[in-house]
Design a binder for this molecule. Sequence first.
Ligand code: DGP
Length: 114
Amino acid sequence: MTDTIFAKIIRREIPADIVYEDDEILAFRDLNPQAPVHVLFIPKRAIASLEKAEPGDAELLGKLQLAAAAYARELGMAEDGFRTVINCNTHGGQTVYHLHVHLLAGRHMHWPPG
Ligand code: DGP
């Protein structure tokens, strides 16, 4: 897998506004926020996209979602609601090929997405 901007963030080679970290996960504010809270939850062990995820990644994928929900709760934004999104490949709008969960919160979101 080729190196990505997120791998550089994990290695602290470029700065990011990190809001959460554990052994397996790093979370930082999106550079181009689409909501008052827009945080990216990424696995430290890189997976290029959801399409490339394997059965052995199931627990890690669950942990990313749970970390996002826990952070929304910590901010007091979980009861009002939030959205998590994984964009996959070109049609999904993925631009960085290191799997990530977007956490969006702090405004009413609409459906369907554009
Ligand atoms: P996606 O389109 O789902 O692949 O989302 C990639 C997101 O990554 C996009 O919302 C912008 C964000 N992003 C891209 N480069 C950087 C960066 O260098 N720092 C941070 N914090 N976010 C970035």
